[in-house]
Design a protein around this ligand. Structure first.
Ligand code: ASP
Length: 325
């Protein structure tokens, strides 16, 4: 029997064309364009529904929540769902859905680095790959996946690494889960680390601040003034900061804000290793917590989901720490 896959479109370059006067802009005719590629429908009954037609810099956490709710309801009638999305915030949307979705069926994000009118466009190939992964039995219960450039990534791990290359999406810490070859879809490994936060509410009041050499505490103070629920700090290396930030971090913690340390380095975990003022140990001593290998934007998304579910900072801290790798 033919498998049934629903393609949900949200916008992004995959749904854009290059207009000489206005640059690369959204079009309304992606759907016609898509079904003109017969490979998409091979052994599969395809249906297409639009969620939105926006560039992904317009995507918001609350839209991601709406998208998750739509997928959980729609997928009941399908074997899998493919979501087309802009590449710019795909790593955040796919991770939000990875946390929120209750379905075990395959949910696959895909996108394009090149618009519909660019030479060597990658959109149709990526959609064909995503549909093949969505209808594959081995894709069940693997969490939300991202298929780009013939590769399968876990939503938790994948990041956009390049502004223009086709091979922009990389799982830098642990590598791909599998590949999409012309003859078959091949899985090489399981993603062992998977967290879920089943909630129908999120709290968007979570900030992300990146450490730079010689920075002062102005952004931290602003977040404290705005009563953020949590502040994620992309610290240096193993999780170290200038000593000058300690008073503001202590002030944030003392006023009930969860301060979460991630690294601005591309790979690896944060640890409480360094003992100097501003080093990981001193941050932990004043109440900051460490996010293991989670990248800054993903830690922020996870905290939004946890605050939506548990509200209370101590509970959020407990659940966040219980799944740190
Ligand atoms: N700016 C575009 C977007 O994310 C980029 C893309 O889709 O590749 O919507």
């Amino acid at each position: 029997m033919k498998k049934k896959v629903l393609i949900i479109t949200t916008g992004g370059t995959i749904a854009m064309k290059n207009d000489k006067e206005n640059g690369v802009i959204p079009t309304g005719d992606l759907v016609d364009f898509l079904i003109s590629f017969p490979q998409i429908c091979e052994n599969t009954e395809i249906e297409i529904e639009e969620f939105s037609n926006i560039p992904s810099p317009y995507m918001t956490p609350s839209l991601m929540l709406d998208l998750a709710k739509m997928v959980d309801i729609k997928i009941i009638d399908y074997d899998g769902v493919v979501i087309t999305h802009g590449t710019d915030t795909l790593e955040e949307s796919s991770y939000m859905l990875d946390l929120l979705l209750t379905t075990r069926k395959p949910v696959i994000f895909t996108a394009a680095m090149r618009s519909g009118s660019d030479l060597g466009l990658d959109g149709p190939r990526n959609i064909v790959g995503a549909v093949r992964v969505a209808r594959h039995n081995e894709s069940i219960d693997r969490g939300v996946l991202v298929v780009m450039n013939d590769e399968i990534h876990a939503a938790r791990d994948v990041v956009k690494t390049d502004t223009g290359k086709l091979e922009s999406f990389i799982s830098m810490n642990y590598g791909v889960l599998g590949i999409v070859d012309p003859d078959k879809v091949v899985y090489h490994r399981n993603a062992l680390q998977r967290e879920r936060v089943w909630t129908d509410q999120i709290d968007e009041n979570v900030d992300l601040i990146k450490a730079v050499a010689g920075m002062d505490n102005r952004y931290l103070e602003y977040s404290i003034e705005k009563k953020a629920k949590a502040i994620v700090i992309e610290a240096f290396g193993r999780g170290n900061l200038p000593a000058t930030l300690l008073p503001s971090i202590k002030k944030a913690v003392d006023s009930g804000i969860l301060v979460v340390i991630v690294s601005r380095a591309y790979t690896g975990r944060v640890t409480v290793e360094y003992g100097y003022e501003g080093g990981g140990r001193s941050l932990q001593k004043i109440g900051a917590i460490f996010a293991g290998d989670l990248k800054g934007p993903k830690a922020r998304i996870k905290l939004m989901a946890l605050f939506g579910k548990y509200k209370d900072t101590n509970l959020v801290k407990k659940f966040f720490l219980s799944s740190v790798v």
